[in-house]
Design a protein around this ligand. Sequence first.
Ligand code: ACO
Length: 319
Amino acid sequence: MYARVIGTGSYLPGNPVSNNDLAARGIDTSDEWIVTRTGIRARHLAEPGTTSSALGLIAAERALEMAGISAAEIDLIIVATSTPDFIFPSTACIIQGKLGNKGAAAFDVQAVCSGFAYALGVADKFIRSGSHRRALVIGAEVFSRILDWDDRGTCVLFGDGAGAVVLEAAEQPGILATALHADGSQFGILNVPGQICNGQVTGDPFLRMDGQAVFKFAVRVLADVAEEVCATAGISAAEVDWLIPHQANIRIIEATGKRLGVDRDKVIVSVDHHGNTSAASIPLALDEAVRDGRILRGHKVLVEGVGGGFAWGAALFEF
Ligand code: ACO
């Protein structure tokens, strides 16, 4: 029994915000600095009040429409997010309520930028076990809410958005292999170290990052985990039709592709127009490449994420 992707969907809020737009808003930066260091040219930023569930709902509806099934037929909903609507209930339950689904298992996965790879890995195991037949796996973020807009070293890197896939139990592949890992000793290089206590935010509620440490860690584990899932599936990385790394930074993406020996034209890049949307970045890039006709039925697609924790993971599937 395999879990097969039968639909993809995504949603970006509002209009693109260019690097020059950020500079015009008073951030001490330039298009040249951001493009050279990161490859990012624009990102989307949600209006105040627009939540991860609002973005995730639209992505989910689009994925269900492509799959040709109704929300009532879903029996598992997993949302990967680090920017949930509330402390509780989970964003998955909120989206479930908005979709009008009753009875499906619904929960959030918190693995930051590797969240979608984690959610896909968990959903795959539910489906392969035979306990569930149709899963909605969503990555949804409003990262703009946890950025310190006075910290030019981080605020220019991220954007908001959501992506989703529908998985169905099938006899033909399907997800071929998944791998999930973490190393909590690295929590200090990327975190949002605030807490809520007695009705107040204590500590620092904004994203903090040691960019160079993140860079080195990310390239190493993204190459390792891609090789791991390929080995499990019995193929080489060069046989993959499409590589979709987490869209953090063009230099991380290119270095990963190079280490794996994957041709540049097989690497899907959306960081230039999405920025880093954390758990939403992989399903956003995947949906874009499915809808514009690059990813076709039968293609082998390798998706992989890495982020705060540090946590990382990958999934290799035949579309
Ligand atoms: N605009 C202009 N100048 C800036 C900006 C900006 N937005 N941000 C920082 N600078 C300046 C700094 O102040 C510093 O100036 P100084 O030399 O006068 O002190 C200079 O640029 C260099 O700063 P660094 O932080 O050393 O810049 P670096 O070359 O390391 O690039 C970057 C920073 C792009 C974040 C890089 O470290 C990187 O690519 N890291 C990878 C991390 C990443 O992509 N994280 C995303 C989230 S994590 C994830 O998703 C896995």
